[in-house]
Design a protein around this ligand. Structure first.
Ligand SMILES: Nc1ncnc2c1ncn2[C@@H]1O[C@H](COP(=O)(O)OP(=O)(O)OP(=O)(O)O)[C@@H](O)[C@H]1O
Ligand SMILES: [Mg+2]
Length: 317
């Protein structure tokens, strides 16, 4: 495949004191093709934000490589990435639009900032580009002089998106871009993202709790559980025929418009395992998994092929 992003063996371990390490992202590998939208799903705390922060080079990885057509970004330290020519190739819309905006910057200044730093624009050219971006993202121009606290959640989300697409990145990372918005605003923002993708031809890495949104928006989906990818494949296939017991449970919990179409909900019992110093022999889902057998606690299943373009990490899939 013609990969734009090629992640291999990427890991992040946080030192949490007392010689203990929290394995937030544990040797994750995947690719994103040019123009492809890849969804990343999994429960709270499984490592989604840490993974995208590694890719966006806000965090330094403990292991692994992050290749963006040619350049190995993992070799560039997070602290030095701002001045790197690859900086403008990846941009991110953050989990909380409000918190990620500088409270002392007006909307116009927030959008202008990356254009000034990464594209060297100034003066009339900069103003014209900021206005064009406001138009593209549906932010009324008279709101450009406002500070974040004077904007609604949906308006702040538009500023975050305008800022992220300003330098025309090849990869746009969206970390729960609509989680804090009410449903009607969510729909508008998601439509905007679809339109921008068509017009600009970017690749998206889309993190979401909302599996219905992932199913509609994404070409491919990665399912993460406690720092590991446990299943991946074309979104339509994974949703129609999930293979990993965790994916099955996730999908069985999706709200359905027509209740009679809904499969029986699989409820998980048992305690989730801890991400702190996990035993490398034990499947991360062991203890909660309805299929778990003694083998799963001595032989960690690794991702393996499970049909064309599909992968799953389970002994029983
Ligand atoms: N700086 C840090 N130091 C120590 N542990 C951290 C740090 N950042 C994240 N973690 C831990 O890493 C794990 C993954 O966190 P992360 O924020 O990536 O999860 P997430 O999948 O994005 O969750 P959510 O869906 O709630 O946003 C969690 O156990 C979290 O407590
Ligand atoms: Mg997160």
């Amino acid at each position: 495949m013609n990969a734009l992003l090629d992640i291999a063996g990427l890991a992040k371990r946080f030192d949490i004191g007392g010689k203990r390490l929290l394995h937030a992202v544990d040797h994750v590998s995947f690719t994103i093709g040019k123009g492809e939208t890849v969804g990343l799903v999994g429960e709270s705390g499984c490592g989604k934000s840490t993974l995208v922060r590694l890719i966006n080079r806000l965090l330094d990885p403990s292991d692994g490589s992050i290749a963006l057509t040619g350049a190995d970004l993992a070799k560039i330290r997070a602290s030095g990435f701002a001045g790197n020519p690859n900086r403008k190739r990846i941009q991110m819309v953050f989990q909380d639009a409000g918190d990620s905006l500088n409270p002392r910057f007006t909307a116009a200044q927030a959008i202008a900032d990356p254009l000034r730093r990464l594209a060297g624009l100034s003066g009339a050219k900069l103003t014209a580009r900021v206005e064009a971006l406001a138009d593209m993202t549906g932010l009324p121009r008279d709101l450009l002089t406002r500070f974040p606290h004077q904007l609604s959640g949906g308006q702040k989300a538009r500023v975050g998106i305008a800022r992220a697409i300003a330098v025309e990145p090849e990869l746009l990372i969206l970390d729960e871009p609509t989680a804090a918005l009410d449903v009607s605003v969510q729909v508008v923002i998601l439509q905007l993202l679809q339109t921008l993708k068509r017009e600009l031809g970017m690749s998206y890495l889309f993190v979401s709790h909302d599996l219905n949104v992932v199913r509609l928006l994404c070409d491919r989906v990665l399912v993460m559980y406690l720092g590991k990818i446990v299943e991946s494949g074309p979104a339509a296939e994974v949703f129609a025929d999930p293979k990993h017991p965790y994916t099955k449970a996730l999908i069985s919990a999706i709200p359905q418009a027509e209740p009679e179409k809904r499969l029986g909900r699989l409820r998980l019992s048992g305690e989730p395992r801890s991400p702190i110093d996990p035993d490398p022999r034990v499947c991360r889902f062991y203890g909660r998994c309805p299929k778990g057998e003694p083998r799963c606690s001595s032989d960690m299943p690794v991702l393996r092929e499970a049909g064309p373009a599909r992968e799953v990490a389970c002994h029983f899939a």
